[in-house]
Design a protein around this ligand. Structure first.
Ligand SMILES: Nc1nc2c(ncn2[C@@H]2O[C@H](COP(=O)(O)OP(=O)(O)OP(=O)(O)O)[C@@H](O)[C@H]2O)c(=O)[nH]1
Ligand SMILES: [Mg+2]
Length: 358
């Protein structure tokens, strides 16, 4: 899963990137305007994988991973600059939209005032405008090609006009119903408003767990129809730098259950409808991420196309059932290992061995 961190300049994107990845990228008090995007890959924490690894003691344990990207801020009314930012995140599975809620006079706010509602609206408007720009450019190119005698793809044009109407009414494309065919015909344009959004409200430490946090979460979540995480970037960045042991004590002091690096991943999984299944083969325990509703056949394809092509059966046991008996031999004896066909819908926590023939 790939997640792009976006927001206005100085909203705390890089601080939160550090909190989520454990990296230590500099976070100056003035806005960053150039340089390279920051990239970080972290493992998806999963106690079930830890336990399977203890039981099977494999040579290798491979967790699912999340790939974070952080770049410069979006700017109100600057479509050229914004294009640069959005090109960096156009292939992500979700955007993490950071909005500044912390007061700090030493940190410049692009509009001179901390106002989360206006900021969220501004960013969303820039995303809509950027997609609208892509639509217009594409339609224009199709017209030019038509003039030169090239037959335009009428289906695509039709979908583009549907997109244009939605965007002009300030509706993000993720809220528009498209048929499978329509989705395919515009997929190459990688519209940013088709991506699921998770909002992060970046609070001052004092605001954590307060009425202000609850209000912001409720109102902004309702407005944007998206999940909202409240956190303090600065504190979370410190937490991410600590050893596991110190971290526990620090979190307890703050009244936090878990670090943001876990919370954010979990929320993204939930929001994107993602689940995990596991494979235990040849000295390797491994977690795989799929969408809820994925068939055994497509889950096999996630591992290898050969496995999908030559699919025979999936031998399945759910993690909970496996743990209740403790070993594969015992599970087999008790008939807990099921043979499932291509259309079996994989469940969260399934341990699967694919039988295939190539
Ligand atoms: N007080 C406080 N300061 C914060 C918090 N989060 C970030 N900052 C500060 O705000 C400044 C900007 O933070 P960055 O993380 O660099 O912000 P950014 O969104 O990456 O900024 P650009 O990349 O320039 O757009 C830094 O000085 C941070 O220390 C927070 O939760 N509380
Ligand atoms: Mg930054």
């Amino acid at each position: 899963m790939k997640i792009g961190i976006i927001g206005l300049a100085n909203s705390g994107k890089t601080t939160i990137f550090n909190a989520l990845t454990g990296q230590n990228v500099p976070t100056p008090v003035y806005p960053t305007t150039d340089g390279h995007p920051h990239e970080g890959i972290v493992k998806v924490p999963d106690e079930r994988v830890d336990t399977l690894s203890q039981i099977f003691n494999p040579k290798k344990t491979i967790y699912a991973t999340v790939h974070y990207v952080d770049y410069i801020g979006l700017t109100k009314g600057d479509s050229v600059q914004n294009r640069k930012v959005l090109d960096v995140v156009k292939d992500v599975d979700a955007v993490l939209h950071v909005v500044r809620c912390f007061e700090d006079e030493s940190v410049v706010h692009p509009f001179g005032k901390v106002d989360p509602y206006t900021d969220v609206e501004t960013v969303r408007m820039e995303l809509l405008l950027s997609d609208l720009d892509l639509v217009d450019k594409r339609l224009q190119r199709m017209d030019e090609a038509a003039k030169k005698g090239k037959k335009p793809d009428e289906k695509e044009r039709h979908v583009l006009i549907k997109c244009k109407e939605a965007l002009e009414s300030e509706i993000p494309l993720r809220e528009v119903e498209f048929s499978e065919e329509e989705t395919l015909s515009i997929r190459h344009l990688q519209f940013i408003t088709t991506k699921p959004e998770v909002l992060v409200i970046n609070l001052s430490e004092e605001d954590i767990g307060t009425e202000r946090e609850r209000n912001l979460i409720e109102t902004l979540g309702k407005e944007g129809n998206c999940p909202v995480v409240g956190l303090s970037g600065k504190i979370e960045m410190e937490i991410a730098q600590l050893s596991e042991q110190d971290r526990k004590a620090f979190l307890e002091d703050l009244g936090l259950k878990e670090p943001a690096m876990y919370r954010v991943i979990r929320l993204c999984y939930e929001h994107l409808g993602l689940i995990s299944f596991f494979t235990v083969v040849q000295q390797e325990v491994r977690a795989w991420t799929i969408k809820r509703g994925t068939s055994a056949l497509n889950a096999a394809g996630k591992i290898h196309t050969d496995m999908q092509r030559g699919f025979i059966k999936a031998e399945v046991i759910n993690y909970e059932d496996f743990i209740s008996v403790g070993s594969m031999a015992e599970a087999r004896k008790r008939g807990l290992l099921r043979l499932e066909g291509k259309s079996y819908e994989v469940r969260d926590g399934d341990i699967i061995t694919f039988r295939f023939n190539i």
